[in-house]
Design a protein around this ligand. Structure first.
Ligand code: NAD
Ligand code: UDP
Ligand code: UDP
Length: 343
């Protein structure tokens, strides 16, 4: 009859990526806040393919529906247009709390909103975890170490953050978010996990997010100047997104409630990194210097002994493989943009 016909049409209209079948007992209900963002959408992919029920909550500030489009309509998936500063009442077993702008231009765009998202938003997720007894993983950041005086950075390091500088809205809000996790753990018995994420890159990074990987690749692909801020002697250590997602899932599954650094310890000067990207892409971009950024951390590299020992994790994707996949993605995005401008 009609209903069967409509169901049939819907089925032929969309094919989903393959998902594993899980029995009711093994299937978890998982909330991913920031699930339409760069890291969140890759995490959603992995959790969906494992056969879980996934709810992504996102206010689409920097995330996009397109990042999770391939799951929309799947019976195990739900996308909520929700701002995490407002309470959320749902029933879940696990929460990956990733909602927060992540790139410096995005988090500085509306510092007050960045603070609210990471403080009130995190309180809400802890309140939800407390009520439904869900495990909660908070996406913290290497920025909690500030401009570090200890190098490389182990989890024991307390950090060196300017509390009133331009990055403070993010750094200090993430620091207090960690504090809140451990207060809820101690006082309310909430089962928390804290991931201190170091610079991560890959497909679905926002085109205009102003981070160094997207900037350099887009600039090189378009033959524009590659902009190094300051002398370029500052360092970063870059991890590929699939490695990070592995780490987040291993941390959630582990019994490690202490903070864990998740990052790739291979460290590069930003100037050298520009040369690497230019070397791969070719073209005739010039590497140029711009004013240094205020409070820019001068060195950053994770100690990952704890991740290795406690959650059996280490990054596996070589930098060049990740870079090539990311270049492919941005090249495709540029073609898509050109195409839509023509039509
Ligand atoms: P992203 O900007 O792509 O994703 C963040 C997502 O959160 C977006 O989809 C955005 O729309 C959503 N969001 C922002 N404010 C929200 C709000 N108030 N309510 C609901 N949703 C909101 O960034 P990302 O790189 O995927 O980062 C994800 C998480 O990982 C963030 O918490 C970030 O601080 C952390 N992190 C990322 C990196 C990195 O290098 N990518 C490094 C350290 C920490
Ligand atoms: N909260 C939520 N979902 C829930 C339970 C709580 O969003 O399922 C929010 C709610 O807004 C609350 C916050 O989490 O203010 C903190 O919860 P908690 O129980 O710690 O505090 P209280 O409700 O006593 O303020
Ligand atoms: N950076 C740069 N040129 C750019 C963008 C960033 O030289 O076009 C530098 C920036 O000053 C910083 C490093 O690259 O030293 C990483 O910057 P990003 O914004 O990607 O991340 P974060 O500072 O949060 O680590």
């Amino acid at each position: 009859d009609l209903k069967e016909k409509i169901d049939g049409l819907e089925k032929t209209a969309k094919t989903f990526p393959e998902v594993r079948f899980l029995t009711y007992k093994d299937r978890k209900r998982i909330l991913v806040t920031g699930g339409a963002g760069f890291v969140g959408s890759h995490l959603v992919d992995r959790l969906m393919m494992q056969g879980h029920e996934v709810t992504a909550a996102d206010n689409f500030f920097t995330g996009r529906k397109r990042n999770v489009e391939h799951w929309i309509g799947h019976e195990n998936f739900e996308l909520l247009n929700h701002d995490i500063v407002n309470p959320l009442y749902i029933e879940v077993d696990e929460i990956y709390h990733l909602a927060s702008p992540a790139s410096p231009p995005h988090y500085m765009y509306n510092p007050v909103k960045t603070i609210k998202t990471n403080t009130i938003g995190t309180i809400n997720m802890l309140g939800l975890s407390k009520r439904v007894r869900a495990k909660m993983l908070m996406a913290s950041t290497s920025e909690i170490y500030g401009d570090p005086e200890v190098h490389p950075q182990p989890e024991e390091y307390w950090g060196h953050v300017n509390p009133i500088g331009p990055r403070a809205c993010y750094d200090e809000a993430k620091r207090v978010a960690e504090t809140m996790c451990y207060a809820y753990q101690k006082q309310e018995g909430v089962d928390v996990r804290v991931a201190r994420i170091f610079n991560t890159f890959g497909p679905r990074m926002h085109m205009n997010d102003g981070r160094v990987v997207s900037n350099f690749i887009l600039q090189a692909l378009q033959g524009q100047d590659m902009t190094v801020y300051g002398d370029g002697h500052q360092t970063r250590s870059f991890a590929y997104v699939s490695d990070l997602v592995d780490g987040l899932m291993k941390l959630m599954a582990s019994n490690c409630t202490e903070p864990v650094n998740l990052g790739n310890p291979e460290e590069h000067r930003i100037l050298d990194f520009a040369k690497i990207i230019k070397g791969v892409i070719g073209g005739n971009s010039n590497i140029v210097h711009r004013d240094p950024v205020i409070d820019d951390p001068q060195q950053r590299r994770p100690v990952i002994t704890r991740a290795k020992n406690r959650i059996d994790w280490a990054p596996a994707v070589p930098l060049m493989n990740g870079i090539n996949k990311t270049i492919e993605y941005f090249a495709q995005e540029l073609r898509r943009k050109k195409h839509s401008e023509r039509n």
